[in-house]
Design a protein around this ligand. Structure first.
Ligand code: AMP
Length: 398
């Protein structure tokens, strides 16, 4: 069976078509500037070629219609007919407290996603548009929702209740939700299989380090805590997001600079993190290059980022009474040997010893701890699309 995986943003969408008989990628692509001038589809066929189609795409339905038409066009010989697509898997950011698993989409699911829009105003609306468009274009084909928040729904109240008046939770569902759940779950399950250890027997810390970064503590096969919170702003220092700061700074800076709540929100989400500290870039390769050339601000940004990851590893090991496996994933986690080295430096007291030679690996599944390290340290490339396709297949076959 072939599964189409869709990830809709406000003006863009990414897709992958996977053949689940061997989990191979058949085609992938990106639609950009939906509803804007200059909209275009870039299709990548599995011979590595890119094909660009520029045409007006006023909305997500038009973008997905063009995607489907291209996939069945005889020119590319990807699909002979739409019937070959057995199901569509959608990345949906927020399910509130409604779902702890992926689900086949019906109107009840759509109601729950609409209700959670308040909690993810930038992400859920385009996710909903993507589902509605596919329901129109391929009415007989099942759609499956795979939620970013679902994996962390296993957290217990001590992990997800904030120390605020309890009524904010009761009235507005202000609590920790956590994000990147599909990635944390995928790399954890891949690692357990790779190591041949039952999932329930591993105390694992997954480090998803990219433009947005989060850690999760996984015990008995379940997420017991994670660094992102009510929104993806909490936790680690990120590319442009501040992560944890003293909440009083918010009010103080707003008063000093005469800012509105929206302006302050923009600063914390888009102008802070390593970009804010370095005054240069949110891209870790740029920061690394500049730091090597002697730029102190870039070096400072990197060391604050690495320190924030290390602090959470320590606290999650404390929560679980130790750790058996630390996993690095995401653009930085998979590719940056230097960041992994600095993050792991000093973790020997936990039994985690990085092997400098093995650590030279980039972008592939590998163990990078020394033979005598009691904690397995792994690089596991994440693959959220494959995780979505697997869940979709499992649900439509059940
Ligand atoms: P992601 O959001 O997962 O795509 O990750 C993007 C981040 O990964 C960017 O900040 C990139 O600079 C960073 N990245 C990718 N490759 C490397 C590398 N070799 N060294 C350091 N950072 C990297």
């Amino acid at each position: 069976m072939k599964i189409l995986v869709i990830n809709c943003g406000s003006s863009s969408l990414k897709f992958q078509l996977l053949d689940m008989s061997d989990e191979s990628l058949v085609a992938s692509g990106l639609v950009e500037r939906i509803g804007l001038d200059g909209s275009r589809l870039v299709l990548k066929t599995n011979d590595g070629e890119e094909h660009t189609f520029e045409q007006p795409l006023p909305d997500h339905t038009a973008a997905l219609k063009l995607t489907i038409d291209t996939l069945i066009s005889p020119e590319f010989n990807i699909l002979k007919s739409l019937d070959e697509i057995g199901a569509v898997g959608h990345r949906i950011v927020h399910a509130g407290e409604a779902y702890s698993e992926s689900v086949i989409i019906d109107e009840e699911v759509m109601d729950a996603v609409e209700k959670a829009t308040d909690l993810a105003p930038l992400h859920n609306p385009p996710n909903i548009l993507g589902v509605r468009a596919m329901q129109k274009i391929m009415p007989g084909t099942p759609n499956v929702a795979v939620f970013d928040t679902a994996f962390h729904q296993s957290m217990e109240p001590p992990a997800y209740i904030y120390p605020l008046p309890y009524r904010f939770y009761e009235k507005y569902r202000v609590r920790r939700y956590g994000f990147h759940g599909t990635s944390h779950k995928y790399v954890f399950e891949t690692a357990a299989k790779f190591l041949g250890i039952p999932k329930e027997e591993m105390r694992t810390i997954t480090c998803h380090l990219g433009n947005g970064s989060s850690l999760a503590a996984i015990q008995n096969g379940k997420s017991i805590d994670t660094t992102m919170g009510f929104t993806p702003l909490e936790g680690l220092v990120m590319g442009t997001r501040s992560g944890n700061i003293d909440p009083a700074i918010y009010h103080y800076v707003m008063q000093k600079e005469n800012l509105s709540p929206d302006e302050m929100d923009q600063i914390l989400n888009k102008e802070s993190g390593v970009l804010g500290i370095s005054c240069y870039s949110s891209d870790f390769r740029d920061l690394s290059d500049n730091a090597s050339a002697g730029d102190m601000q870039c070096a400072l940004a990197l060391s604050i980022f690495r320190r924030s990851v290390k602090k959470y590893i320590g606290s999650y090991a404390a929560l679980m009474g130790g750790v058996d496996c630390i996993i690095f994933t995401g653009g930085i986690g998979e590719n940056s040997a230097l960041d992994r080295r600095y993050i792991c430096e000093g973790l020997e007291f936990l039994g985690a010893k990085l092997d400098p030679k093995k650590n030279k690996v980039r972008g592939k599944l590998a163990e990078i701890s020394t033979d005598d390290s009691t904690v397995k340290i792994l690089v596991v490339p994440t693959n959220e699309e494959l995780a979505i396709a697997r869940d979709t297949l499992r649900l439509v076959q059940a």
